[in-house]
Design a protein around this ligand. Structure first.
Ligand SMILES: [Zn+2]
Length: 177
């Protein structure tokens, strides 16, 4: 992974929404592989572009399809995906016992996308061990309870809370089998 960094030009193209879909898939996969070097570059590039890190819910609005498909819109979807990838990389690089505090203390993590990613992770095979699975569900629930109400339609927040509670109940049931 470390000898396979995307070039700064590739990262810039991704941030500008100008990379091919093959390239953006490859670069995003690299960032999701918790490359701190590239995540740092992306955070710097976002800061230089004057984007406040973590415009709340922007990534999720894109998910919900409410972002206009103008070229500006597409560029900001890419930036938000990159930022979510960088945040997720930070979470994965944080030891499990410290993740709760990290997430509770930083509103950038209080997004539908991050909570949803925890729920997906909880359902993945390598998280099937019950402590990891339980922790992922608890973190998803902690985020769901902290979603900024102004950033999301109430239905989306309620769905997320219901999913988090349902997953936690499943994980608890599995842990006690
Ligand atoms: Zn890298």
């Amino acid at each position: 992974m470390t000898d396979d960094h995307p070039t700064p030009e590739m990262l810039d193209r991704l941030l500008a929404g100008a990379s091919s879909s093959d390239e953006s898939t490859r670069v995003l996969a690299h960032l999701l592989g918790r490359c701190e070097t590239c995540s740092r570059y992306v955070r710097g590039a976002l800061a230089r572009a004057g984007r406040p890190p973590g415009g709340p819910g922007a990534y999720d609005q894109a998910f919900a399809g409410s972002l206009t498909r103008s070229s500006d819109g597409i560029a900001s979807v890419h930036a938000d995906q990159l930022e979510a990838a960088a945040l997720w990389a930070t979470i994965e690089g944080t030891p499990q016992p410290l993740r709760g505090r990290l997430i509770a203390s930083d509103p950038r993590y209080h997004t539908w996308a991050i909570a949803s990613r925890f729920l997906d992770a909880a359902a993945e095979t390598h998280w099937q061990d019950s402590p990891g699975r339980l922790a992922a569900c608890r973190l998803a629930l902690a985020i769901a309870e902290r979603l900024p109400t102004a950033a999301y339609p109430p239905g989306l927040t309620h769905d997320l809370l219901a999913r988090a509670l349902g997953s936690l109940a499943d994980a608890l049931r599995l842990a006690h089998q």
